[in-house]
Design a protein around this ligand. Structure first.
Ligand SMILES: Cc1cc2nc3c(=O)[nH]c(=O)nc-3n(C[C@H](O)[C@H](O)[C@H](O)COP(=O)(O)OP(=O)(O)OC[C@H]3O[C@@H](n4cnc5c(N)ncnc54)[C@H](O)[C@@H]3O)c2cc1C
Length: 289
């Protein structure tokens, strides 16, 4: 399989990349790790005439804590950058674990968090855990930058609210009083398989009482989604096994799965019930964020 011909640019700044996107129009695409885009091009699924690589933009690979903002992850940080970040291991181990269970080592070495988000595949692994952690994204275009909650970014499979001249520059996880979080994924193989169901939760506990909870689901709808009714069911309550079961049942009625070769709608709903309960129990018991 050969790649079709394309023009290739390697801008030296985010502004230059945005200007190129605007100038070249809809036939131009950003190239980050290329694990999704180059595959699609080889299979003839897309044929951009212009590729604008982020390779030279080293500032987009940083992972740092910024006071009054939170943990800021550059869009070009790879999955292995996330797994290996001491800052993330200390503050959001659940994100490192989610990245660690993606794909294989070669793909994790080049695939990026920005590509995983902008690709907008319903089964992508990072959006659910990032949404549970309350992440926002910073979009930069010719007109300046705008910040959007990650959960508002997705419109449908492969569709997002990004504008023609914009790139995702960074992902921000705000400071918050979380006490635990986790992401549980079920794929058809132990590694290298896309999620059939993914459930992420983040909780804030005071003793046995749940003060706050976010539940985000992947691969069970056209976009990664929150389960607001299930969240409302646990917030403010004393947690016991019966309540966790009820919350799982509620989440399974809120999701919108389809049947495909990886699993039926009924199976996915039941997995959401089981995984939501399991993920909440794990986040509450282990208490690491
Ligand atoms: C064998 C294999 C296994 C995989 N396993 C998994 C898995 O387990 N879980 C999972 O979630 N994914 C998996 N993937 C999918 C893929 O590796 C990830 O989605 C990866 O994070 C994509 O990042 P990238 O940098 O390679 O994106 P690219 O391929 O470079 O880009 C993807 C899309 O995003 C756009 N884009 C990229 N970065 C930006 C940016 N900063 N701003 C604007 N637009 C941007 C590109 O224009 C393109 O449309 C797998 C892929 C392969 C080939």
């Amino acid at each position: 399989m050969f790649l079709p011909d394309f023009e290739y640019y390697m801008p030296a700044s985010v502004q230059e990349a945005c200007a190129l996107l605007a100038e070249k129009g809809p036939t131009a695409k950003i190239l980050s790790g290329g694990t999704d885009l180059l595959n699609k091009m080889k299979h003839g699924l897309v044929a951009p005439e212009v590729l604008i690589s982020l390779k030279q933009l080293d500032q987009l690979t940083s992972i740092a804590y910024v006071p009054d903002k939170g943990v800021v992850i550059g869009a070009r940080a790879t999955h292995n950058d996330i797994c290996n970040s001491l800052l993330l291991q200390e503050k959001y181990l659940s994100l490192c674990e989610a990245a660690h269970h993606m794909a294989n080592n070669q793909i994790r070495n080049v695939g990026t968090i920005g590509g995983n988000i902008v690709n907008a595949v319903p089964s992508a692994d990072l959006p659910p855990i990032l949404m549970a952690l309350g992440a926002s994204i910073t979009l930069v275009g010719r007109q300046g930058e705008r910040v959007m909650a990650l959960e508002d970014f997705f419109v449908g499979p492969g569709k997002t609210r990004i504008a023609q001249d914009e790139i995702v520059a960074e992902i921000v996880i705000p400071d918050q009083p979380l006490t635990g979080s986790t992401y549980i994924k079920f794929g058809l193989r132990r590694s290298g398989a896309l999620a059939v169901v993914g459930v992420a939760v983040a909780v804030t506990m005071e003793g046995n009482v749940c003060k706050d909870a976010r539940i985000a689901l992947g691969a069970v709808g056209p976009v990664p989604m929150r389960a607001p009714k299930a969240e409302a069911m646990i917030i403010g309550k004393t947690v016991n096994e019966e309540l966790l079961e009820e919350v799982g049942v509620c989440a399974s009625t809120e999701c919108k799965p389809i049947s495909d070769i990886r699993g039926s709608e009924e199976y996915r709903r039941d997995m959401v019930r089981v995984f939501t309960k399991r993920a909440l129990r794990k986040a509450i018991d282990e208490g690491h964020v």
